[in-house]
Design a protein around this ligand. Structure first.
Ligand code: BES
Ligand code: MN
Ligand code: ZN
Length: 490
């Protein structure tokens, strides 16, 4: 587990500035105004800071940008990082500025002179999220991350506002670690073992093994995993922190590796399919955050853990399998496996828990990447109310999301000659036909959102808040959705 960088929030002590090692951060605005700490840095550096904020280079910076003054005279630090935040900046700008500080940190000790800056806790969150490196498999380890000190004029206030930062970062990092893990390490069994550890935080965890899944009739899920040496599993994580009788449900696609099965994928780029458990990884991350912040909510997370391999036992194109619901599916393409896994887990979630609402997350289709790229996830829903609330939460957290349509008109594409449906709907509208497939396994009266996160779960170039690799997209938005709608109010 990658731990968030240790951080403390202390009362501003300008006499600590001269001797601080590593990196020191000061803030200024569009007028180049310096606060008390900035004035001290300026005096120590014999006017260098004032010259910088009066320069054209500073004038050309945008709000949220940062620049380094290297090896400043009169200070022990390697660099003073000057962050420009124009007057009346919002929480999003503060968080982004924090991420810029985190990105530049590169292992050094860090002193952030926030003084009475607004949204200082958002700066800390942004920086904490950005200081992440997946180093489980690096044998020549670099030095541990130097600690972060944020100095403010009202430490109690900022400490209270920042109370959830560790819980948020732990959930996001748990999700990233799982998604970044290679598939020979994160097998279905290892994944389940990682989830069982959530018991230490008070989450009830249940692991359903293949014989139990067989007994429940989860044939579409089992069919996907039957070519793998790793056993298929469904893991349930229940956080009972609130008074609601029925839980809110999160469902995740957890294909630990997707070769495509007998409908084998091309070799080039196949290694990226280690992230095909991204939906399950986000569900795990949200559960961890909820438990770590003792959320007053009743939430159950369910993940379907399978591996999609070609093998003598693997399912074939043309096979017909019966879902737990009872509907039959003609498997035209064994690479459209995520929907087969989710069909059974979605149905089981509703049968067992009668949830007040349900969100599924899946790296489901390449088509969503064609449509939306890597900046926004596809959002499909049968309920405008919960959908609007989710889009609002995602926007507030800076996690890109775009509303996509569901429409019975697309069902035509899923019609099978010999079974109730096919598992693929042809070349056009691939993400929508996948969502239409899932909707067949959702009761009409259950408010439901399907999030296609194929483009956002893992990225080749870093985002504002994550280096390249797994992003943890969705942990913050879902945590906020739950806080807004499903949590007991104090
Ligand atoms: N796991 C893939 C989708 C995917 C693609 C995720 C790229 C992340 C990056 C999914 O199981 C899949 O193979 N989908 C097929 C569906 C098709 C056969 C209908 C696809 O998108 O090509
Ligand atoms: Mn596939
Ligand atoms: Zn897949």
């Amino acid at each position: 587990m990658t731990d968030p960088v240790p951080a403390q929030i202390l009362e501003l002590d300008i006499d600590a500035i001269a001797g601080a090692e590593g990196r020191v951060v000061v803030f200024s605005d569009d007028k180049g105004k310096l606060d008390q700490a900035g004035r001290r840095v300026n005096r120590l550096t014999r006017g260098a800071l004032e010259r910088f904020v009066a320069s054209k280079a500073y004038a050309d910076m945008k709000s949220g940008d940062a620049a380094d003054l290297g090896f400043p005279t009169g200070m022990a630090a390697d660099a003073v990082q000057v962050v420009r935040l124009d007057r009346k900046f919002d929480t999003a700008a503060a968080r982004k500025a924090g991420a810029a500080i985190g990105k530049a940190k590169s292992g050094k000790d860090l002193l952030v002179l926030a003084g009475n800056l607004k949204h200082a806790h958002e700066v800390l969150l942004g920086l904490t999220l950005r200081v992440y490196a997946f180093s489980d498999h690096k044998t020549k380890d670099s030095d541990p991350e130097g600690p972060v000190t944020v100095m403010v004029t009202k430490p109690e206030e900022v400490q209270a506002a920042a109370a959830d930062v560790p819980a948020l970062a732990q959930g996001v990092f748990f999700s990233r670690d799982l998604v970044n893990a290679p598939s020979n390490v994160l097998t279905t069994t290892e994944f389940a073992d990682q989830l069982v550890k959530l018991r230490d935080l008070g989450v009830e965890v249940e692991v359903l093994e293949e014989d139990q899944l067989e007994g429940l009739g989860m044939r579409t899920l089992l069919a996907v995993g039957q070519g793998s040496a790793s056993p298929s599993k469904v893991v349930l994580m229940h956080w009972r922190g609130g008074s609601a009788e029925t839980p809110f449900a999160l469902v995740g696609k957890g294909v630990v590796f997707d070769t495509g099965g007998i409908s084998l994928k091309p070799a080039s780029g196949m290694e990226a399919m280690t992230m095909d458990m991204g939906g399950a990884g986000v569900v795990a991350g949200v559960m961890k955050t909820l438990a770590a912040r003792h959320a007053k909510a009743n939430v159950v997370g369910l993940v379907g853990l399978v591996e999609n391999m070609p093998d003598g036992n693997a399912q074939r194109p043309g096979d017909v399998v019966t879902s737990m619901k009872g509907d039959t599916v003609e498997v035209i393409n064994t690479d459209a496996e995520g929907r087969l896994v989710l069909a059974d887990v979605l149905w089981y979630a509703q049968e067992r828990f009668k949830p007040s609402g349900m969100v599924d997350l899946a790296t489901l289709t390449g088509a969503i990447i064609v449509g939306l790229g890597h900046h926004k996830a596809g959002v499909f829903s049968n309920d405008d109310d919960i959908c609007g609330a989710f889009l609002k939460a995602a926007n507030a957290e800076g996690e890109g999301a775009w509303h996509m349509p569901l429409d019975p008109a697309y069902d035509e594409q899923l019609k099978s000659n010999i079974a109730d449906m096919m598992n693929v709907g042809g070349r056009t509208a691939g993400s929508i036909t996948a969502a239409q497939f899932l909707q067949r396994f959702v009761n009409e009266d259950c408010p439901w959102i399907h999030l296609d996160i194929a483009g956002v779960a893992s990225v080749k170039t870093g985002t504002d808040f994550a280096p390249k690799g797994a992003t943890g997209w969705g942990v913050l938005a879902l945590n906020r959705l739950i806080a807004d709608r499903y949590e007991d109010k104090a």
